[in-house]
Design a protein around this ligand. Structure first.
Ligand code: 13P
Ligand code: SF4
Length: 338
């Protein structure tokens, strides 16, 4: 294990950095020196979550980034999240510790594909999940996250067609909740959440009949959870379809002794901290997002020391995307973050 002082001498040595006390002190010192605020998504590794100034879901972190007084934002999350911060705060320096941290869901639609889809539905309102590139956001009317997708779509006049993208499972959830027939859904998915399937959930729920189910709406099993409730296999009030921040709020309130969690496994850290008396178990313990896990202790240290990787969004793209992202942060529930 290489101590921080030695690790910073050569670039490759960042791979060896361990999140010990010396690392924590150095990260805090460098953040203060750079006037940087550290934001961490709920799927980050526990050590990164614990050192951040704020953790939260993507909606809460967007709001915190927009309101922050710091001149630099270090976004420990994936690239589209850091881009959203840059779109909202073009004059700030936005860093992501590893710019290769992408998102398979954001990659499931390009700006050209969206332009072609819009041409098939002239006059439709485009609602894009925040898990999209800046170029796609520039073609969007309103962005949303899983925390406010239902409210965003409900804010669109009932007689207007809506193009919802890119996540088909979240789209199905929004369609169910709003009862809209004129909602068209792009067939994209997140490889991590799509892999949490209904059969696995049904098995787990049968083995733990008293457990509550916390399900992220990107999951392939969200529909199965509602089906189980409809069939009476699980009491309907035990099924909660929630953003990652919504899961945290619910964890603080739940009376259940055990909870089955269907989302990326990084979420378990915040849940266990929020409610230590509750037994939180993953529905699928292999549901780990390799992009989120690219933000390692060494990558964060390098980012603060060297000012890398800086996030840039072309000014004309940012200007076109800003209204859609701004509308998103103003609509709906608070999101979960602290
Ligand atoms: P939340 O908006 O619920 O934090 O989710 C973000 C995400 O990337 C889900 O995979
Ligand atoms: Fe993207 Fe899925 Fe990873 Fe979330 S969990 S960042 S949607 S790939």
């Amino acid at each position: 294990m290489t101590p921080v002082t030695e690790a910073v001498r050569a670039d490759t040595a960042y791979d060896e950095v361990v999140p010990d006390e010396a690392w924590r002190e150095e990260v805090r010192r460098l953040a203060a020196e750079r006037d940087a605020v550290l934001l961490a998504h709920n799927y980050q590794i526990p050590e990164i979550q614990d050192i951040a100034d704020h953790t939260g879901d993507s909606l809460a972190l967007s709001r915190i980034a927009a309101a922050s007084e710091a001149s630099t934002i270090v976004f420990c999350g994936v690239h589209f999240m850091a881009e959203s911060a840059k779109i909202l705060s073009p004059d700030k320096t936005v860093l992501i510790p590893d710019a290769r941290a992408g998102c398979s869901l954001a990659d499931s639609i390009t700006a050209d594909q969206l332009r072609a889809w819009k041409a098939e539905h002239p006059g439709a309102v485009v609602v894009s999940y925040v898990n999209t590139t800046a170029e796609v956001k520039a073609e969007t009317d309103i962005c949303c996250t899983s925390a406010n997708a239902v409210e965003v779509v409900a804010s669109v006049p009932a007689d207007r067609e809506v193009l919802f993208l890119p996540d088909m499972f979240l789209g199905a959830h929004v369609k169910r909740e709003t009862g809209r027939d004129n909602l068209h859904i792009w067939a994209g998915e997140c490889h991590v959440h799509a892999g949490i399937n209904g059969a696995e959930l049904a098995d787990r729920a049968a083995a733990q009949p008293d457990a509550e189910l916390f399900i992220h709406p990107e999951c392939g099993c969200a529909t199965s959870a509602l089906y189980l409730a409809g069939e009476g296999a699980v009491a309907a009030d035990r099924v909660k379809i929630l953003s990652t921040g919504g899961m945290l709020d619910q964890a603080k309130e739940t009376k259940a002794r055990s909870v089955l969690v269907a989302t990326e496994v990084g979420m378990l850290h915040q849940l266990r901290k929020a409610a230590p008396g509750v037994d939180f178990r993953p529905v699928n313990d292999r549901a780990s997002c390799r992009y989120m896990k690219m933000i390692t202790p060494g990558a964060l240290l390098r980012s603060l020391r060297e000012g890398t990787d800086e996030v840039h969004v072309a000014p004309e793209i940012a200007a076109r995307a800003r209204g859609a992202v701004q509308a998103m942060i103003e609509i709906g529930n608070p999101g979960g973050g602290e």
